[in-house]
Design a protein around this ligand. Structure first.
Ligand SMILES: Cc1cc2nc3c(=O)[nH]c(=O)nc-3n(C[C@H](O)[C@H](O)[C@H](O)COP(=O)(O)OP(=O)(O)OC[C@H]3O[C@@H](n4cnc5c(N)ncnc54)[C@H](O)[C@@H]3O)c2cc1C
Length: 500
């Protein structure tokens, strides 16, 4: 990788690229450290070493850079923040006794997260079962309900489910109900990356709520599916989703043998940031922190990336760029020439959710023997989901986590907790809020469903490369399950650049 000549034009000429590639290979044969020579010897010697910039050092960018390094390529990660990891963030310092909390991505599943587990094994990290979703206690229409109650025919009847739905819930559980309607159709999907051309295209013009109603779903089933009917009778947040989008997502989940609701989940001992930190340690000097990218020039044979480092404006040339920057930020970065129209539409229009992570530290695990379960779905948007973390740390203290609205304050979250907590007394010492919407480089959270009737405007353009620029990150895969999608798309982008 070389710093660009400030006077150089956009991108690289073919002659320049070949000349530089030759120079890079020669230089690496003479000077590359032992670990790089060992990696190079593992790769196909006939393959040319490519110079690649990875934009963004979240888990997606770091994973992609690691894979490219393993294949012997010359990779540089430009990360805007002063730490690697992006939305995968573990806090230690504000908590006593060796306690810690994942204030970003908190869990992963098995089955599922295949690429993520690959690295757990490779780097010998320790995954702990995370029982945050077992024995949940949910507040629905103002009443706390246990899992047993939500499988009880009499209770289910009061919500308005019909008989086949009640039979299904009793057999498979409250959270699996969508399968009753989706399972019969999902066999049509042969390729999980191809939702079109299997006779369902028209369903992108049908609201998921209307499609469910046509199949005989009750209003209760539509409501708890979180989708909307055309007459607005079952409105829910982010509920304008097409039937095709919903069926496609359900098909991916089933094809990967995942449950609709991720009940059996895991976390990394010491915090999930251990994985991005491990990638960053392996990448060493290839990761340049506090280097926000401000402009991208793309040419036929290469890219030039403009960024700031130590207060100085700099440029870097490479043959390929893998952009792992969230789209909400990428859309603000000037690109010359501009993105092709289809890609630009996606970059400008994909929507993301936003939330805060609430961390409550208590002197004792006061909920033990008090509340029936501390795995709560509270119905209060200031502190929506509650569960314990870091329970393996040897201390009397406890840490509870929760999800809050983007603008929740620690006082607001605590006041909410004290209002809905079904137990008697607490021993809370402090409440910390990680407000992602205020993070300049990592605001936004999960990609929202593509807008109703517009699937073909977003898919497959969202993950397709534009010339020498590839795309990876949690948003750039078919099922936007955070670290799973980030590591899947990172591997795909690394393979494409390697094979190019
Ligand atoms: C509260 C919360 C809970 C979550 N829970 C889960 C969960 O349980 N399981 C799960 O799998 N996922 C979860 N997620 C989602 C998951 O954290 C993310 O999807 C994933 O970490 C995204 O990784 P990424 O590499 O694609 O993007 P990011 O993590 O956003 O990384 C992008 C990187 O690009 C950098 N960047 C931005 N702009 C620039 C620029 N101009 N120049 C250079 N660099 C730039 C950013 O600083 C950042 O480091 C959760 C997220 C949040 C916020």
């Amino acid at each position: 990788m070389r710093e660009a000549d400030p006077s150089s034009p956009n991108g690289l000429s073919r002659r320049e690229a070949i000349k530089l590639a030759g120079a890079t290979i020669t230089a690496s044969l003479i000077t590359s450290p032992k670990h790089i020579q060992a990696q190079e010897s593992k790769t196909d010697p006939a393959k040319r070493r490519k110079r690649v910039i990875v934009a963004g050092g979240g888990i997606g960018g770091l994973c992609c850079a690691f894979e490219l390094m393993e294949r012997g390529h010359d990779v540089t990660v430009l990360e805007a923040a002063g730490r690697p990891g992006g939305h995968v963030r573990t806090i230690h310092d504000p908590l006593p006794d060796g306690l810690y909390a994942d204030v970003g991505a908190e869990h992963f599943t098995k089955p599922g997260y295949d690429q993520f587990w690959k690295y757990i094994e490779k780097f010998k990290l320790e995954a702990l079962p995370y029982p945050r979703r077992v024995n949940m206690y949910r507040k629905i229409d103002g009443k706390w309900r246990s899992e047993e109650q939500l499988q009880d025919r009499t209770v289910l009847k009061t919500f308005g489910f019909n008989d086949p739905e009640i039979d299904f819930i009793v057999k498979h559980g409250w959270t699996e109900l969508p399968r009753l309607y989706f399972d019969p159709v999902i066999e049509k999907f042969k390729d999980e990356y191809q939702p079109f051309g299997i006779g369902l295209d028209d369903l992108d013009k049908t609201l998921a709520g209307d499609w469910l109603a046509k199949l005989g779903a009750s209003d209760a089933a539509i409501r708890f599916n979180g989708v909307r009917r055309g007459d607005g009778s079952t409105a829910a947040k982010n509920s304008d989703v097409s039937a095709l989008f919903r069926i496609w997502q359900a098909a991916i989940v089933r094809k990967r043998h995942l449950p609709i609701f991720k009940r059996e989940v895991f976390r990394l001992k010491g915090g999930n940031q251990t994985l991005p930190d491990t990638f960053a340690a392996k990448l060493g000097d290839r990761v340049r922190l506090a280097c926000p990218i401000s402009k991208i020039e793309r040419g036929d044979t290469g890219v030039t990336v403009h960024f700031t480092e130590f207060g100085e404006k700099k440029k870097l040339d490479a043959e390929y760029l893998v952009s792992c920057i969230p789209l909400m930020i990428l859309r603000k970065i000037p690109v010359e020439p501009d993105w092709p129209a289809a890609k630009k539409f996606v970059i400008d229009n994909v929507q993301f959710s936003s939330q805060s992570r609430v961390v409550i530290q208590s002197r004792t695990k006061f909920w033990k023997g008090d509340a029936p379960s501390i795995n709560l779905e509270t119905g209060d948007s200031n502190m929506y989901l509650v569960y314990e973390t870091a329970d393996e740390v040897k201390t009397n203290r406890g840490v509870l986590m929760g999800s809050g609205t983007p603008d929740v304050t620690s006082d607001g979250a605590l006041a909410s907790f004290r209002k809905f907590y079904p137990g008697k007394a607490d021993t809370i010492e402090q409440c910390i809020v990680q407000n992602w919407s205020k993070d300049p480089w990592a605001f936004g959270c999960e990609r929202l469903p593509f807008p109703f009737g517009q699937l073909s405007k977003f898919w497959p353009h969202i993950h397709e490369p534009v010339g020498r620029i590839h795309f990876a990150g949690a948003y750039a895969d078919n099922l936007p399950w955070g670290m799973d999608a980030a590591t899947r798309s990172a591997n795909r982008a690394a393979e494409m650049v390697d094979a190019a």
